[in-house]
Design a protein around this ligand. Structure first.
Ligand SMILES: C[S@@+](CC[C@H](N)C(=O)[O-])C[C@H]1O[C@@H](n2cnc3c(N)ncnc32)[C@H](O)[C@@H]1O
Length: 214
């Protein structure tokens, strides 16, 4: 059985139903905590954060409740997801902006409203179908970040030791590390793996957080 989740994020009814099932569980919140700690370490006065694939805005809402001196830009190609994210983060409307763009089929960096100091993403880039599309996003993120800028990607992976068949965007931690290095990042590591289950993989377990510094 292939570990694969096919989504219809452009369909408003699908998005609404999917979001109801995606409510973050305690282990998923641990990924948010990991990302938060790393952003706090950046130590800029006003950190500009860009999220790739903001989806329903769970990560954005979590971060914005904890960080009050940041600006936030949430990018997604789905209009319905952007609407859900805007509703969830309405309390932070003064510091959050939304950008509709496709991470595969357009030069999304040209649509950004602000240059980021930190780029974050959770459970989104595996949806880009294959390694090459993920690599292109890594290269673009490297291009737009300043020196010492940080990229934090928490995403579903294929565990290193797994022999199961996974969809093309779920790649091994070593492959993420190699792609980030080839994209030009100088300091790259896998910070942590979450809900790891090599023998019994599902579409919802096995994810990891990668940190890359320019
Ligand atoms: C699982 S959701 C992200 C969840 C989000 N990080 C959160 O914490 O709520 C993945 C998102 O990636 C978006 N996405 C998938 N492929 C995309 C693409 N090619 N360009 C832009 N966004 C994309 C989807 O529309 C979806 O909203």
């Amino acid at each position: 059985m292939k570990i694969e989740a096919l989504h219809k994020f452009h369909d408003a009814d699908f998005s609404k139903e999917w979001v109801e099932k995606f409510e973050p569980t305690p282990p998923r919140i641990k990924l948010f905590e990991t990302i938060l700690k790393q952003i706090e370490k950046v130590g800029r006065k006003k950190t500009s954060i860009l999220e790739l694939g903001i989806g329903p805005g769970f990560l954005a809402d979590y971060l914005l409740k904890e960080l009050n001196t940041v600006t936030y830009e949430g990018l997604d190609f789905s209009e319905s997801m952007l609407k859900i994210a805007a509703k969830r983060t309405a309390k932070h409307e003064k510091i959050i902006k939304f950008t509709q763009a496709d991470l595969i089929n357009e030069v999304w960096t040209e649509k950004l409203k602000k240059s980021p100091d930190v780029v974050v993403s959770t459970w989104a880039l595996h949806d880009l179908f294959n390694k090459n599309n993920i690599f292109n996003v890594y290269k673009s993120a490297h291009k737009i970040l300043p020196k010492d800028g940080v990229f934090l990607n928490g995403d579903f992976i294929k565990p290193e030791e797994s022999n199961h068949e996974y969809e093309g965007g779920r790649i091994r931690p070593s492959e993420h590390i190699k792609l980030l290095q080839e994209a030009g990042f100088k300091s790259v590591k896998c910070l942590e793996e979450f809900e790891k289950d090599v023998e019994n993989p599902t579409t919802a377990n096995n994810y990891a957080c990668f940190k890359a510094k320019k």
